[in-house]
Design a protein around this ligand. Sequence first.
Ligand SMILES: *[C@@H]1O[C@H](CO)[C@@H](O)[C@H](O)[C@H]1NC(C)=O
Ligand SMILES: *[C@@H]1O[C@H](CO)[C@@H](O)[C@H](O)[C@H]1NC(C)=O
Ligand SMILES: *[C@@H]1O[C@H](CO)[C@@H](O)[C@H](O)[C@H]1NC(C)=O
Ligand SMILES: *[C@@H]1O[C@H](CO)[C@@H](O)[C@H](O)[C@H]1NC(C)=O
Length: 225
Amino acid sequence: MKKMEAKLLSYIVLWAMVVFFVSASDPSPLQDFCVAVNDSRIGVFVNGKFCKDPNLTTADDFIFTGLNIPRNTSNLVGSVATLVSVDVFPGINTLGVGFARIDFSPNGVNPPHTHPRASEILTVVEGTLFAGFVTSNPDNRLFTKVLYPGDAFVFPVGLIHFQLNLGNTSAVAFAAFSSQNPGRIDIANAVFGSTPPILDDVLTKAFQVDEDVIRNLQAQFRTDN
Ligand SMILES: *[C@@H]1O[C@H](CO)[C@@H](O)[C@H](O)[C@H]1NC(C)=O
Ligand SMILES: *[C@@H]1O[C@H](CO)[C@@H](O)[C@H](O)[C@H]1NC(C)=O
Ligand SMILES: *[C@@H]1O[C@H](CO)[C@@H](O)[C@H](O)[C@H]1NC(C)=O
Ligand SMILES: *[C@@H]1O[C@H](CO)[C@@H](O)[C@H](O)[C@H]1NC(C)=O
């Protein structure tokens, strides 16, 4: 092979690797499982959590219970998400999956939020939900559906999405994530409730409103005032 061709080939290989790494979400597991433990003396370091010695692993490491229990939705938005991430379910460490139960009171809303590290599939088991997400710039298209029990809807990774309980009974949904640690950013809380607050000048310009409007929103979402 000529020198030029070899160089070109090495560039192509390098780019293929870069594309592979930036397009991957959670890395693929390197073993059947890697139950998370806290203590480096009893394992090796993989993906941010240690792996339990496989010889000490039991079936109990692979079960999470209690998702049948409704949670109290008496809060301002009328919904509560019970997230099953690696932090509460060590058995999913390195597997690239997560789970959640979401309870809604009548007219409760799971407010607009994103998961920076996961796509989500949500399925309704009880009640009627209005669900939607918005695409990224420049078009910011809104896609919505009314979901009944047995329906599943997908929220692509990173996009702003929400659900509203349309019924006058409580609603229950379960969601699966493509990450053991999907992360969650509530838009209103992040923008108007950050600590310390984002400068007024930033928010008045960004939202094209007066300082009073920003102050009102901050009063809603700041927890330290
Ligand atoms: C794991 O480590 C964290 C941080 O050091 C600590 O807060 C937590 O209590 C530990 N969890 C267990 C189950 O030991
Ligand atoms: C696990 O058990 C096998 C079979 O008894 C043994 O060969 C291996 O060394 C053990 N591994 C560890 C990490 O203790
Ligand atoms: C739910 O939470 C609210 C507010 O914290 C509380 O007043 C109410 O008693 C709770 N309901 C139940 C059934 O625990
Ligand atoms: C909602 O409540 C109204 C009035 O209480 C009732 O007439 C209606 O049937 C209820 N709808 C559903 C879907 O339960």
